[in-house]
Write a protein that binds this ligand. Structure first.
Ligand code: NIG
Ligand code: FE
Length: 410
C-alpha cells in the first residue's frame, strides 16, 4: 500500500514546533508528504511499516537535517535602479536621514522604479529572489512603496505576484503606499494620505494585488495620525496590517501597530516598554532586521530582553531593499541576529520559520514541520541546527521542497 507520495528517512528533523525539545528536534526522524501537505512526521521507529511500502518515492537523507522552508517575512524585493552612490556618500559621513531629506534615499528609488517598465523590474528582481531561494527560502513577503502612485504601486505588486507564479516560492504582497511622500505631493502630506486611502489602496486591493498593508511611521516619513488613517482604511477593507515602527526614533509606533491588532511591527530599535506590553497583549510579532541595523551602522539595539520577558514572538528578515538593506541572504541574517542582537540560534531559526509564518498571518499552514501543514522544507548537510547560525557565508542547503516538490541544489 503506497499511501504517501514521498517519504524522507535516515536524517534528523528540526520541526520548530513548540514543545520541550530544542528546535522541535526528532533525531532519526521521518517525514511523509501527500500532494502539497505534510502527511506524517515522527520517529522513523514509529513508522507504520517498512519505508519502501509506505510511499511511492523514498528519499534517503544520508544523515542530513530537515527544517521548515525558510520564510523571509519582510522584503522590498522589486525596485528599479540602485543606490551604490548613496552607499559611498554614507561611507563619507552622510546619514540615512540627511540623504532622505535631500531627496535621495527612498525617493531616488521611487524615481528609478517609476521609470522602469514592468518587464525590466521583473528581470531585475529574479536574481534577488533566486538568491533568497538558494538559502532555503520557500515564502517571501514583498512590499510595494517605490511607486507611490496608483499605477506604479500596482506595477510593483503585479511583478511580485508574477514571481510567485513563475518560481517555486509563495509570494505574499504588502501595500506600502505610505512609505515616503512623492515629489508631486511635497508639502502636502495630508493630501497624499487622502490619495492613498481613497484611491491607491482600494484600487490595488480591487485588482487582487494586496495581502497586507504596511506604512513607514517615522519622523522622515508619516506620523502616527497619518499611519492610523491608512490602517483605518485597511480595516475597512478587511486587510491585515503591519508597520515599519520605531526604526530611527520613538514615535510609539509599536503601540500604534498593536492597537490595530497588527500581525507584526518591524525594526523596533526605539520601541519603549509600553509598546512591548501592547504588542504582547495584541499578539503582534516583533520583526527584527539586523541587516538594516548593520548597514546603517545603528547603535541602538531593539529591546530584545523586553520582548523575551513579555513573550512577544520574534521574527528575523532580510528587509532586502536597495538602500538600508542590500541583503540577499536570510542565513546571514540568522547569524547577524545572534551576533548583533544576541538571539540564541534557536530563537533566530524560529524567527525565520515559525514566527515569520505568524508575522504573515500564515501560522496555520507554514513555519513548522507538522502534519497538515504545507510541505515546504529545506534539507541541510549540517551536524546540528545551530550550524545554520554559526557559519558566515557558507550555504549547506542540499535540497528545497516546495509544496511537496523537490528542487535539488547540486
Ligand atoms: O525597511 N525604513 C523604511 N523602508 C526601508 C528602506 C527602504 C529604502 O531605504 O529604500 C526599510 O529600511
Ligand atoms: Fe523595510
Amino acid at each position: 500500500m503506497s499511501e504517501w507520495d514521498a517519504l524522507w528517512i535516515n536524517g534528523h528533523l528540526a520541526t520548530m514546533a513548540p514543545g520541550d525539545a530544542a528546535y522541535g528536534t526528532i533525531e532519526d526522524g521521518a517525514i511523509a508528504v501527500s500532494d502539497d501537505r505534510i502527511a506524517w512526521v515522527g520517529r522513523r521507529a514509529d513508522l507504520p511499516g517498512e519505508a519502501a511500502g509506505l510511499a511511492r518515492e523514498v528519499h534517503d537523507l544520508g544523515g542530513c537535517w530537515v527544517t521548515p522552508g525558510l520564510i523571509d517575512c519582510h522584503t522590498h524585493l522589486v525596485w528599479g535602479g540602485d543606490r551604490a552612490r548613496e552607499f559611498e556618500l554614507r561611507l563619507e559621513g552622510a546619514s540615512y536621514e540627511e540623504l532622505a531629506k535631500a531627496g535621495g534615499g527612498i525617493l531616488s528609488t521611487v524615481k528609478a522604479t517609476r521609470e522602469t517598465p514592468a518587464e525590466a523590474l521583473y528581470e531585475a528582481a529574479v536574481p534577488r529572489l533566486q538568491s533568497l531561494m538558494a538559502d532555503g527560502v520557500t515564502t517571501v513577503e514583498v512590499k510595494s512603496g517605490y511607486g507611490l502612485d496608483a499605477e506604479n504601486e500596482a506595477k510593483q505588486l503585479s511583478v511580485a505576484r508574477r514571481q510567485g507564479e513563475a518560481f517555486p516560492v509563495d509570494v505574499v504582497t504588502t501595500f506600502l503606499g505610505a512609505h515616503a511622500l512623492p515629489p508631486e505631493f511635497a508639502g502636502n502630506t495630508g493630501g497624499y494620505i487622502d490619495e492613498v486611502v481613497t484611491s491607491m489602496l482600494p484600487q490595488a486591493h480591487a485588482r487582487g494585488l494586496v495581502d497586507m498593508v504596511d506604512a513607514f511611521c517615522e519622523t522622515i516619513a508619516f506620523s502616527p495620525e497619518e499611519t492610523a488613517r491608512v490602517f483605518d482604511k485597511a480595516r475597512e477593507l478587511d486587510l491585515p496590517v503591519k508597520l515599519h515602527a520605531d526604526q530611527l526614533s520613538d514615535l510609539n509606533g509599536a503601540a500604534l501597530a498593536a492597537r490595530y491588532g497588527a500581525l507584526s511591527a518591524e525594526h523596533l530599535e526605539w520601541t519603549n516598554d509600553a509598546g512591548i506590553q501592547a504588542m504582547a497583549v495584541a499578539g503582534t510579532v516583533a520583526v527584527l532586521l539586523p541587516g538594516a541595523f548593520y548597514q546603517l551602522r545603528e547603535t541602538k539595539l531593539p529591546p530584545i530582553e523586553g520582548f523575551r520577558r513579555a513573550g512577544v514572538p520574534i521574527a528575523i528578515a532580510t528587509d532586502c531593499n536597495p538602500g538600508s538593506a542590500p541583503v540577499f541572504s536570510l542565513l546571514l541574517m540568522v547569524n547577524m541576529a545572534c551576533i548583533l542582537f544576541r538571539l540564541t540560534p534557536e530563537e533566530a531559526l524560529a524567527g525565520v520559520t515559525r514566527n515569520a509564518a505568524r508575522a504573515l498571518g500564515r501560522a496555520d499552514r507554514l513555519g513548522t514541520l507538522e502534519a497538515g501543514k504545507q510541505a515546504d522544507m529545506a534539507v541541510w548537510r549540517i551536524d546540528r541546527p545551530a550550524d545554520l547560525a554559526y557559519r558566515i557565508g557558507f550555504n549547506p542547503l542540499v535540497s528545497r521542497v516546495k509544496s511537496g516538490h523537490v528542487t535539488r541544489v547540486s
